[in-house]
Each structure stands twice: as structure tokens, then as C-alpha cells.
Design a protein around this ligand. Structure first.
Ligand SMILES: Nc1ncnc2c1ncn2[C@@H]1O[C@H](COP(=O)(O)OP(=O)(O)O)[C@@H](O)[C@H]1O
Ligand SMILES: [Mg+2]
Length: 464
């Protein structure tokens, strides 16, 4: 049979019948390349009973021996859902230079305190470089075994020989198997190497952490294909302009997805920040128009962030709507709601919305904050300094309830805010949580005011 070819996108791994300039699955340009396929005769094989597996009743399976190993880096343990699970595979993705190697070296040194050893395999740096970093961030431990290699077969035999309890591969894109002739970092290489490493983790029982680089368009290079092979996918976020970093669980088979850990990057490495709200609000200017504090949820954790808006008369035929940290179509929609339902003429105004501190808000619960920030900027009227808002805004201007209102309210009270504007549908749950008690304990006067709103026009009156 003639050798057949298939055309594989190097970003998402989707296969096409013919070469195309743009991948129809992930819309990336110039990522499709030709690969040979081996044709196997599965279809006509007879079923043989000698290969039968022996399933076990689900009630008799022993799951007691699947303990978690804590990394003792609190923020990381939380994102993992309470430490590393034996035999699990975790993918950590992020831009180059964001701090993946730094965090993993810190975690390795902590994990090395557990009996047994940790194996750190780097294909990107020399052992000397890693040692220097380890010295700088005080992450040296005698049970942390370090080696430099790009060769998958060598890695697998080293793992089988040393039997470490944790293996870190930095990075999966530099790992190559001699079974394939394709270049390092291509979909075939990345997929096969990861599959072999994950298989060894499942059979030998060690936890495996793979580092994956993210390409410019935001997907891990090639390795979108890895996301479904591993048990957990964590993304490192943050921008160069700020020294805080957020690690987010996009997928987790052993814990809640969407959970985040917040770190601060310094020359001593990454330090966990428990009180993230305080950090995000540190530079806040009070009593200025266009600034609103919203209570949003990141995973199971409430965080207060500031949304800022600027509204200026446009000089173009079509007004500009520009956003950082919130979805621009959502902002366009909210602007339309504000125009139609509250009667604010924004058709000739340029609108800029920014979430302070490089945070990205994806929750509809930040809608009310965005609307009030725009309105406050337009009217040049500041909102009260001790006001926190949350709530989803619908197209008819109704304010819809959101999840976890008590946690949001508690976080606001803990940080000293005394007024809360919230959806009417969330009011009962917040009243039951007895936030006033928290405020009474932390403040002298103990004034705490919740302002439930059913409709945007109602919310606007309450806020200003
Ligand atoms: N001597 C240093 N002092 C302070 N920060 C440093 C120093 N060396 C490196 N860094 C920081 O560490 C980052 C590199 O992190 P690294 O863990 O290598 O990233 P990644 O593995 O994600 O590519 C750099 O962006 C820099 O901010
Ligand atoms: Mg690195």
C-alpha cells in the first residue's frame, strides 16, 4: 500500500485531508504540516479472548493508597486541589520568562522534604544555571536530583532506576523520542513523549509535572493536544509590567477547576499572597470618577478588584470601545443597555475600560461594576469610597443574582468596605450570612449597609 499522508495542525493537533493555509479548527495560520500515517489493519482483525482484561468491581477497588503530597507552597497546593496526587500528570503552561521554572524549583525543594527523591529534568538550561537559581531562591535540597536531558528514552530509564516520587520535565517541547523523525516541539513529538511519560507515571505511581510553553496566540504550542491527556492543566498568567503572577487551574480531575493562586515575583523567587484583594486595591485612588470596586470570584476564592472607565467625546464617525481585562463585546452590550434602559447618551462617546493590576475578569458578576464605572466616568461623579458592587446585568436592564454572594460580601466586609450593592435575588443569602457581625468586630462604628437592586435604574440611584 502506498504511504499515505495526513496534514496536522501543529497548534491544536487537528488532522486535515489536504494542506490549508489556515487551520479550520483553531484558526491558526501556517501551522499545518504534512505527516506520514502508518496504515494498520485493525478493521479486519478477529477478536481474541486471550487479550481480555480482568475488570474489578468498583466497590472493591482500594483507593486508600492515593494520598496527596503537599508542596507546602500554600497557593500552589490550593490550585492543585490539596497537593499532588500520586500517579497524576500535571501540565503547567505559560509564557516564557513568567516563572514556571522558578516555581517548580521551589516546589521541588519543598517536595524533596518528603521521604524519597524528586527528579528534575531540564532540557532548557544547564545544571549550573539551575543550581545558581536554586541558590538565589534558596531551593536546594539534597534529595532533589537534577539532570539535563532532551532524550525521552534516557528520561524513562532514569525514572525507572531512581524511582522518584515526583518527576518534573522542563519542558515537554524540548523532549524528543528517537522513535520519530519529526523535529522537537512538533505535535507528534510532544504527544508521543507526553504519552510515554504519563504512562510511566501511571504505572510507577510518581507524580509528573510537565512544563509547556505557550505560543503567541495563547495556546500551549502544539500541546493543546496535551490538555486532554493530563489530569490537571495549570496556566501561569501575569504581565511583564507587574510583578504579581496568577496560576490558574483550567482543568483538574482531582480538585475544583478555576481555582487560582496568587504570587509575587521577586529576586527570592515567588512568594504566595494570601490577601490578594489588598494587593489589587493597594494603589486605588478614592473619590475619583470612573472607579468602582467589584467583588468577583476566582475559583472558590473571592477577590476585590478595581474597574476603571474613561469616557470622552469621540472625534471619529464610529465611537471607540477599548477594554483591558474585560471582554469588549460584553462592554459594548452593557453600554447599549445603559443607553437604552437608563437613557444615558453614549453614542458619541469613546469608552475605555480597564481592570487594574492586569486581572482578567470573565464573570458576568462584574457587569454591574462595568456599568457603574462607565456611568461614573460619564457623569464625572465619584462613587462612595467604601462601596463594593457585584451582579449580572441582563439586556432589559434587570440585575440577576450570581453565585457565592456570601463569600463576596464577606471579603468586602473583611477589607473594610461598608456598603454593598448587590442583586435583589442574592439579598436573602447575604442577610443570612450575618456580615454585620464581621464589620462590628473589625470596625468601631459597625455600620454595614446592603443595597439590593432589581433593575439598573434602581441600582444607579442607590449607588450615587
Ligand atoms: N537575578 C534575578 N533577580 C530577580 N529576578 C530574576 C532574576 N533572574 C531571573 N529573574 C526572574 O525570573 C524570571 C524567569 O523565570 P523562569 O522561571 O526562568 O521562567 P520560565 O521558566 O517560565 O521561562 C525572569 O523573567 C525574571 O523576572
Ligand atoms: Mg524555564
Amino acid at each position: 500500500m502506498a504511504a499515505k499522508s495526513t496534514y496536522v495542525c501543529q497548534t491544536c493537533g487537528a488532522e486535515q485531508r489536504k494542506w490549508q493555509g489556515q487551520c479550520p479548527d483553531c484558526q491558526a495560520w501556517n501551522t499545518i504540516s504534512e505527516q506520514a500515517v502508518e496504515v494498520s489493519g485493525f478493521r479486519n482483525q478477529k477478536v481474541s479472548l486471550s487479550h481480555a482484561l480482568t475488570p474489578e468491581s468498583i466497590t472493591t477497588i482500594n483507593s486508600q493508597d492515593a494520598p496527596r503530597r503537599l508542596t507546602n507552597i500554600e497557593e500552589l497546593d490550593r490550585v492543585l486541589g490539596g497537593g499532588l496526587v500520586r500517579g497524576s500528570a500535571i501540565l503547567i503552561g505559560g509564557d516564557p520568562g513568567i516563572g514556571k521554572s522558578t516555581l517548580l524549583l521551589q516546589a521541588s525543594a519543598k517536595l524533596a522534604e518528603h521521604p524519597g527523591s524528586v527528579l528534575y529534568i531540564t532540557g532548557e538550561e544547564s545544571a549550573r544555571q539551575v543550581h545558581l537559581r536554586g541558590e538565589r531562591i534558596q531551593a536546594l535540597h539534597k534529595n532533589l536530583q537534577l539532570t539535563t536531558s532532551c532524550d525521552l528514552e534516557a528520561m524513562l530509564s532514569t525514572i525507572a532506576k531512581i524511582k522518584p516520587h515526583t518527576v518534573i520535565i522542563d519542558s515537554i517541547q524540548t523532549t524528543v523520542t528517537n522513535q520519530l523523525s519529526s523535529a522537537p516541539g512538533t505535535v507528534a513529538q510532544v504527544r508521543d513523549c507526553a504519552a510515554a511519560l504519563i504512562r510511566s507515571a501511571k504505572t510507577l505511581g510518581h507524580a509528573l509535572i510537565l512544563v509547556g510553553h505557550v505560543t503567541k496566540d495563547g495556546s500551549i504550542a502544539g500541546p493543546r493536544v496535551l490538555e486532554h491527556m493530563v489530569d490537571a492543566v495549570l496556566y501561569f498568567e501575569g504581565d511583564r509590567g507587574h510583578n504579581h503572577r496568577v496560576i490558574r487551574a483550567v482543568k483538574n480531575r482531582f480538585g475544583p477547576a478555576g481555582e487560582i493562586g496568587v504570587f509575587e515575583m521577586s529576586d527570592k523567587g515567588l512568594t504566595g499572597i494570601r490577601d490578594a484583594s489588598r494587593m489589587f486595591l493597594a494603589e486605588r485612588a478614592v473619590d475619583v470618577p470612573g472607579s468602582v470596586v467589584v467583588a468577583c470570584m476566582e475559583g472558590t476564592r473571592p477577590i476585590l478588584v478595581e474597574i476603571q472607565a474613561l469616557v470622552v467625546p469621540t472625534v471619529y464617525a464610529t465611537p471607540k470601545r477599548s477594554t483591558v481585562g474585560v471582554d469588549s463585546t460584553r462592554v459594548a452590550m452593557l453600554t447599549a443597555v445603559l443607553e437604552r434602559r437608563v437613557g444615558i447618551p453614549l453614542g458619541t462617546q469613546d469608552i475605555y475600560v480597564n481592570v487594574v493590576g492586569g486581572v482578567k475578569l470573565t464573570e458576568p458578576a462584574s457587569d454591574l461594576g462595568v456599568v457603574l464605572a462607565i456611568l461614573s466616568a460619564f457623569q464625572e461623579k465619584a462613587l462612595p469610597a467604601d462601596l463594593v458592587v457585584f451582579g449580572e446585568v441582563g439586556l432589559t436592564g434587570e440585575i440577576r443574582p450570581v453565585g457565592a454572594p456570601e463569600s463576596r460580601a464577606k471579603e468586602a466586609a473583611n477589607l473594610g468596605f461598608t456598603q454593598l450593592l448587590l442583586p435583589h435575588g442574592n439579598n436573602t443569602r447575604v442577610q443570612e450570612a450575618n456580615i454585620a457581625a464581621i464589620v462590628r468586630n473589625s470596625k468601631q462604628d459597625g455600620s454595614w449597609q446592603t443595597m439590593p437592586a432589581k433593575h439598573l435604574s434602581n441600582a444607579v440611584q442607590l449607588a450615587f
